[in-house]
Design a protein around this ligand. Structure first.
Ligand SMILES: Cc1ncc(COP(=O)(O)O)c(C=O)c1O
Length: 259
């Protein structure tokens, strides 16, 4: 069953929005939650269109023990500084498709394969060696980072369970990476401001959804996205958050909500 508080693409709405012009479907594994890939893949197959997974936030998130980002032709990962592991900047794309792989190799290097043999339009999108070196070490630490995130998320859920919030949860078969611990609540803006004043890094990702930004501005109706954009709030669970921090976050939220 589709759950709105998974904050990922609604397969039933997707079905309605596909037109003859649709070229690809790009589900975003938002907050580290896993998109409804079984349903989305079936729709894509039926319409003969490709799927590209935006797995920027979901490294370490698995479905039936399989890494998110590997359920389609292409999976795109981010190693930006705020992600579950980082190379400073940069990312990675995974694919099983040899043709796509060869094309990507050219695109990232000015369209060249060997050098001075530009074949297609490309850019300089190479991951610098220095960043790759950081990523290599970070990758080794990733299991430890994820374990701490999971531990923190579990504690926060226990501490906040009595409140009138929608708390994040894992669907059957899914293991999330707890990149963001995102709740949904009324009066979100007020609560976020008050928490920030108390030194708690609570943040609303994304209070202005992509389809309402100037470039993408469109008349498309995405009521669930609008609902999420006005109610979500992410609380800190990153590996440096201690149990004391979590108790402070919970105590502060309880005091503010009970006021
Ligand atoms: C869902 C999502 N997609 C794409 C990106 C872009 O990744 P990068 O910043 O590595 O280009 C990000 C990172 O901020 C993201 O969170």
């Amino acid at each position: 069953m589709w759950l709105p508080d998974n904050y990922t693409m609604d397969p039933y709405d997707l079905k309605k929005k596909i037109t003859k012009k649709s070229k690809a479907i790009m589900p975003v594994h938002l907050y580290g939650n896993f998109s409804y890939m079984d349903e989305i893949s079936e729709i894509a197959d039926r319409h003969n269109i490709d799927v590209v997974e935006d797995a920027a936030q979901s490294l370490g998130t698995t479905y039936k023990k399989k890494q998110s980002g590997t359920f389609s032709r292409l999976g795109c990962f981010s190693m930006y500084a705020a992600k579950v592991m980082t190379s400073g900047e940069g990312g990675a794309i995974v694919t099983n498709d040899k043709e796509v792989f060869e094309k990507l190799r050219k695109i990232r290097n000015h369209g060249m394969l060997h050098g001075y043999d530009t074949r297609i339009l490309g850019l300089n999108l190479r991951l610098p060696e220095l960043s790759a070196a950081i990523a290599k070490i970070q990758m080794k630490k990733l299991p430890k980072f994820l374990k701490k995130r999971e531990h923190n998320a579990k504690i926060l859920t226990e501490l906040l369970d009595d409140l009138n919030f929608i708390l994040p949860r894992e669907r059957t078969g899914v293991k999330v990476n707890w990149y963001l611990y995102t709740i949904s609540t009324k009066n979100r803006d007020k609560l976020a401001k008050q928490l920030n004043e108390k030194g708690i890094g609570a943040t609303a990702y994304y209070s202005i959804p992509a389809h309402k930004t100037p470039f993408y501005k469109s008349k498309i109706e995405l009521p669930m996205t609008d609902w999420a954009a006005s109610t979500v709030l992410s609380l800190p669970v990153h590996p440096l958050v201690t149990e004391d921090n979590l108790h402070y976050i919970s105590k502060t939220i309880h005091q503010l909500v009970e006021k």
